[in-house]
Each structure stands twice: as C-alpha cells, then as structure tokens.
Design a protein around this ligand. Structure first.
Ligand SMILES: C[S@@+](CC[C@H](N)C(=O)[O-])C[C@H]1O[C@@H](n2cnc3c(N)ncnc32)[C@H](O)[C@@H]1O
Length: 214
C-alpha cells in the first residue's frame, strides 16, 4: 500500500458524494466524533466499542485502508462507526451540511502527514477552509483535538487554529499543550511515538459561541 498520496492530484480533487448519516448509522441522531486521517482505524474502533451512544466516522484518503477498516468494523458488528474514503479538503463540507444542527461535537486530527518540504506544505490537511467547515457545523463547546510528534507541524497547526475566530484554545499560556490524549485510546502513530520515546505535542480547541458568518 502506498505510504502517501498527493491530495492535490487531479484524482483527489474530484468531490465525492458521501452517504448521508441516515444511511450510515442505526441511531443517526447520536452525537458525532469525526477522525480525520483515520488510517488503520483502531482508534475509532476502540472508541465505538466503549461509547455506544456516540457515532464515529473516520475519513481517510487511502481507499485500501478504508476497505480494511470497514471489514474489521463489520466483523465487530459496530453500527455506530463508519469509515469513508475521501479527501476531506474536497468532500467534507457537503457531508457535514447534512448533519443535525449541533450534532458534530468532536473532531480529531492526529499525527497528520507532515509534508516536510516547504513546497509541499500546501498538501497538509489542516487548512483554513477545512476549519471553517468544521466551525460552520460544530456545536458550541464542541472540540478539536490535535496531536503530533513534530514540533514545527503542531506549531503551524496551532497557529492556523488560533487565527480562526470560532475556536478558543483550551488552557493557559502561549503554548498550551496537554500531556495526555483525552480520549484514553491511543492511535497507531501515538503508540509508535511512545515506544520510540518521541515527544508528543497535543492541543485542544473549543468551538466558541460566535455565530458562523460566511
Ligand atoms: C500519518 S497518518 C496518521 C494516522 C492516524 N491518525 C494515527 O495517528 O495513527 C495520516 C493519515 O491521514 C491521511 N490523510 C492525509 N491527507 C488526507 C486528506 N486530505 N483526507 C483524508 N485523509 C488524509 C493519510 O492517508 C494517513 O492515513
């Protein structure tokens, strides 16, 4: 399986029409936790087992990973979880527009691809447009959780979210980071980083009460 795909290639710029929440979940009105770049899906599988009164959706740009995750999900008969193939920067906004008002409560972006070279920065997943889509549909007090083992990357993500008027960083200080994954379930990359004794940088942002204005 390919390690990375270029999200800016023509193929991944085609918007996909994704199934609506009513087709995805048994209890489609439950609050939603969305994980961006869900990869092998173990994080959401664990959460879906532990929190049956939430719905979980993993969005992933590498289609073979989505097929693999869906196979695991079906074997476990988890009907509060779904993995969807798409480029979130292209197809997420339309999918979110179908949710009930205030239903989107959590978004996690964990160890996103760093795209180290400056000329590749534009391939990074966290962009202003994506944040605005989340801001538009997220309930007040909803949260965005981010983590990475790459300082420069987390600094850039924090700066992007800090500049967005709809989110407030949780915690005090110039660089308020949290020392523990708040969901008590670790992602694959998080386990890898912990095993290698790499530092992990985390931050949480809360949707404030400002009404979204286009
Ligand atoms: C480094 S992996 C981290 C996976 C997982 N979150 C973890 O912490 O173990 C980043 C994932 O984001 C996916 N990804 C990157 N850009 C994306 C995009 N635009 N839309 C959806 N998924 C994307 C990649 O394919 C990859 O599986």
């Amino acid at each position: 399986m390919r390690q990375h795909v270029n999200p800016l290639s023509q193929f991944f710029q085609l918007p996909l029409s994704l199934p609506s929440k009513n087709l995805l979940f048994k209890e489609s009105h439950y609050p939603i936790h969305l994980d961006i770049g869900s990869a092998k899906g173990e994080f959401l599988i664990e959460l879906a087992k532990n929190y049956p009164e939430w719905n979980f959706v993993g969005f992933e740009i590498r289609e073979p990973l989505v097929s693999l995750c869906e196979k695991k999900r079906k074997q476990l008969k988890l009907n509060n979880l779904k993995f969807l193939f798409c480029n979130v920067n292209v197809s997420l906004d339309e999918w979110l527009s179908d949710l009930d008002y205030g239903q989107l409560k959590r978004v996690s972006i964990q160890f996103p691809d760093p795209w180290f070279k400056r000329k590749h920065f534009k391939r990074r997943v966290l962009k202003t447009n994506l944040l605005n889509s989340i801001a538009k549909y997220m309930s007040k007090d909803g949260e965005i959780f981010i983590q990475s083992d790459i300082l420069k990357l987390i600094e850039s993500m924090i700066s992007t979210i800090d500049q967005n008027r709809y989110f407030d960083r949780k915690g005090e200080g110039d660089f308020s980071l949290i020392d523990k994954n708040p969901y008590n379930v670790k992602t694959d990359r998080e386990l890898f980083s912990l095993n290698k004794n790499l530092p992990i940088y985390r931050a949480m942002f809360i949707r404030n009460k400002l009404l979204y204005v286009n």
